[in-house]
Design a protein around this ligand. Structure first.
Ligand SMILES: [Zn+2]
Length: 67
């Protein structure tokens, strides 16, 4: 009886855990699709990270993406 209750609880917990993980993975994919990970430096046109505040190639200061 007690074992059944524990087993049921574990099954539900596992199902919720998997569901939450799938949803968060989907959300992360959507964010990655809408926000590009890289962009071009306006000074030297090299590809730099979208979150970079300074170009790695010409060291020019860049505005953070989305501002
Ligand atoms: Zn640059």
């Amino acid at each position: 009886m007690f074992v059944n209750t524990v087993l049921d609880f574990l099954l539900v917990a596992l199902a919720v855990f998997v569901l939450v993980r799938q949803v968060s993975r989907l959300r992360r994919k959507q964010e990655a699709a809408t926000v590009p990970a890289t962009r071009d430096c306006p000074f030297c046109y090299s590809t730099v990270s979208a979150r970079a505040t300074r170009c790695a190639f010409c060291t020019a200061e860049l505005k953070p993406a989305g501002v």
